[in-house]
Every structure is written in C-alpha cells, then in structure tokens.
Design a protein around this ligand. Structure first.
Ligand SMILES: [Zn+2]
Length: 166
C-alpha cells in the first residue's frame, strides 16, 4: 500500500480514537498517527541501500518496478519473497509491545504499528501477495544461514571437481 494511503487511513484511525476517547493526550495521538505510516521507513532504507539513492521519489519508483517484476513472475508461477523489512516483522511488533509495558509512549507506537500492519495484511491478502513478505525475523536469519551453507557446499564441490579433472 502506498504511503499516502497509510497517512490517510492513519489520520482517520487517529481521529476515530480521539472521538471515542477524547481524554487521550494529543502527544499520544500524534505517536499513533506517526507510527501508522513511519513504520514504512524500512522500505525506504531498503530502497536506499539497493539503489544508493536517497530520494523518496526514487524509492517509490524502485517499489513500482518491484511490483511490475513480481506481477510478471507470478504470471509465470514464480512466488518468491521480496525484500526483508525489519519493522514489519512479528518480533519487532512484540519488542515494541514489551517496551510499551515499561514506557507508555511505546504502547501508542505499537497501536499505530498494528493498525498499519493490519492494513498491509488486508491489502496483500486481497491481492494474493501474502507470500511475498517475510513476517518472521528468525526465518530471515535462518535463510541467510542456509544460503551461506549451501554456497560453501557448492564452492567446495566445484573445487573438488576442478581438482579431479585432468
Ligand atoms: Zn507497510
């Protein structure tokens, strides 16, 4: 979902909370609102890391290209995960919730994040894109480990083959 829609729905959600619970402090409402779209900073950082360009427009174009590529791949039956986005993982949500137990502002950040993630889930499941996201940090780490291991095995196998050939 595009950031502009997250900002729009985040504002509506914050307004709704303010109406049903007018005693919430403005600063806490601001935290909910900001968290409801700033969690996407991980998408931006990923784009900057991959393209070495800082502009937001470039990041949006980067994801537009990924969207086109993913749609093309899906048409061919290829369904693989996209970039890893740390702030969108279950573990990161749990971490913020736990911090919220000790320091209340994090609880408001957590509420905004959960609202954002629910919107993402709804958007992705409607378009059958749930497979594209890695939801678990631990899975991502295990995949890196498994990839490194198989690369090592491949290297040693090809070296063995080289030494065998006359
Ligand atoms: Zn998101």
């Amino acid at each position: 979902m595009l950031p502009k829609w997250h900002i729009f729905y985040g504002a509506l959600f914050t307004l709704f909370l303010w109406i049903i619970a007018p005693t919430i402090k403005i600063i806490d409402l601001a935290l909910i609102f900001l968290a409801s779209f700033l969690i996407d900073i991980d998408h931006y950082l990923c784009a900057v890391f991959d393209t070495k360009k800082m502009s937001l427009k470039n990041a949006l174009n980067y994801y537009e290209e990924i969207k086109i590529r993913t749609t093309e791949e899906r048409r061919k039956g290829i369904r693989k995960k996209g970039n890893f986005h740390l702030f969108h993982t279950i573990e990161f949500h749990v971490l913020i919730a736990m911090l919220g137990i000790f320091w209340l502002p994090f609880l408001y950040v957590f509420i905004g994040m959960v609202f954002h993630s629910l919107l993402d889930l709804f958007y992705m499941s409607k378009r059958d894109y749930l497979y594209h996201r890695e939801f678990f940090f631990v899975n991502w780490l295990m995949n890196i480990y498994a990839n490194k291991k198989s690369q090592k095995a491949y290297k040693s196998l090809s070296q063995q083959n080289k030494s065998r050939s006359p």
